[in-house]
Design a binder for this molecule. Structure first.
Ligand code: FES
Length: 399
């Protein structure tokens, strides 16, 4: 069964997010669902799309007849190509499905395209081997930062001067209703950069602002593995000095041990992981992932990433763990459990609790107040964690 997306005019606020940030690249809806997930006001409906004609396409030299008005990714799946989420699983990786990460790139009629949002067209010639084409990714920034991310060492004196230059990657594998950076996460319309271009620009910002931290956050930076590894390798080549912090901020859901090994080998020496909760229900509630098996794997992978980093790279990598907090989606009892889990891995790991504010599809929640965040800090210190920083309305408190 095929679908297409229609705008529900009674819910549409005319914000134009779907015309300026998350833009359709096709003349007719191909059911990619990118705009459905991106609309801040949930004004998109999915309806059945039946009665499709067939169109002829060529894939890796062989001809196929596939339904019209479907994505290239869906056509490849129908033909028999495995489509995966995790790097190196499947012939095509399509972790975001939004058009932001470019991990699903194939060559169509000689041009790189995103197979997850681009529709098939009659006569299209597709090559799935993109080996010699440089990887691409939509990037926002750089911007100088006085605070940094969850793994920025507290000793940098957060909030007093610029301590990092950061870029943010479009595309995410999660669908958090309280996404704290949704205009980047759902951007599929900006021009993508190669890893070398991004590393060069960020290095220039290091010199411009005199910082030692060079950070990448998102969205979710790990979605396009080839891009990220080449980016860190180039950043290290351009910044060979010992003072530089090459900082990755991730939700950790795709950070398998081999991926972490590759990142450290490429030069990352500052890694933050933010598992969204410890209980599966909470993770599914925060992340918006409705497939239980995928949610379980994501949650398990992110916690295993914290442990793997602590067990294997504590001498090479400054590690930070982020915890999203808002009483609307997490009770203090679960926070206590999270604290115990981190303390059992390593009580000296830097922990940063983020006070999730109302935004995107959860504008009704209340930002935790200062006293609530101090209570959160007390609980985490109480389970034995030695380095707890809480983000509050008046700035970072701790450790
Ligand atoms: S999966 Fe296609 S752009 Fe991310």
């Amino acid at each position: 069964m095929y679908f297409r997306v229609l705008t529900n005019e009674s819910l549409c606020r005319k914000c134009n997010f779907c015309k300026t940030v998350n833009r359709c690249v096709n003349s007719r809806c191909v059911g990619c669902l990118s705009c459905y997930f991106a609309c801040p006001y949930e004004a998109k409906n999915i309806v059945k799309d039946e009665g499709k004609q067939l169109v002829k396409i060529t894939v890796d030299g062989a001809e196929y007849n596939v339904p019209e008005n479907i994505t290239v990714k869906e056509a490849l799946r129908l033909i028999g190509y495995e489509v995966g989420i995790y790097p190196n699983e499947g012939r095509i990786q399509a972790p975001c499905g939004l058009g932001g990460c470019w991990a699903c790139m194939v060559i169509a009629d000689g041009e790189p395209i995103r197979s997850c949002i681009t529709g098939v067209e009659s006569g299209m010639v597709i090559e799935t081997d993109v080996g010699s084409a440089p990887p691409l990714r939509i990037i926002h920034g750089p911007e100088p930062h006085a605070v940094g991310g969850k793994a920025t060492p507290w000793t940098e004196g957060k909030g007093r001067r610029y301590i990092e230059a950061a870029i943010w990657t479009a595309g995410c594998n999660l669908r958090c209703r309280s996404c704290q950076n949704y205009s980047v996460t759902y951007d599929n319309s900006s021009e993508p950069l190669t890893p070398k271009e991004a590393a060069r620009i960020l290095t220039y910002y290091r010199r411009l602002y005199g910082v030692n931290g060079l950070a990448i956050s998102g969205g979710e930076p790990t979605l396009n593995r080839r891009w990220l590894i080449e980016y860190f390798a180039e950043l290290r080549r351009l910044n060979p000095d010992k003072k530089v912090r090459l900082h990755l901020d991730s939700n950790g859901t795709l950070l398998t041990p081999s991926y972490i090994d590759d990142l450290v080998e490429a030069g990352a020496n500052n890694i933050g992981v933010e598992p969204k909760g410890i209980r599966l229900e909470t993770f599914m509630n925060i992340s918006g992932i409705v497939d239980k098996a995928i949610a379980e794997r994501y949650l398990r992978t992110s916690w295993e990433a914290v442990k793997y980093l602590a067990d294997n790279y504590k001498d090479k990598v400054y590690i930070g763990v982020g915890i999203p907090y808002n009483s609307a989606f997490m009770g203090l009892d679960e926070l206590f459990e999270i604290g115990e889990k981190i303390a059992s891995i390593d009580p000296s790991i830097q922990v940063c609790v983020l006070d999730y504010f109302p935004t995107f599809r959860r504008r009704e929640i209340r930002r935790p107040d200062y006293k609530e965040m101090l209570k959160v800090k007390d609980i985490l210190n109480g389970v034995g964690l030695k380095c707890v920083i809480v983000q509050t309305v008046i700035g970072h408190i701790g450790p």
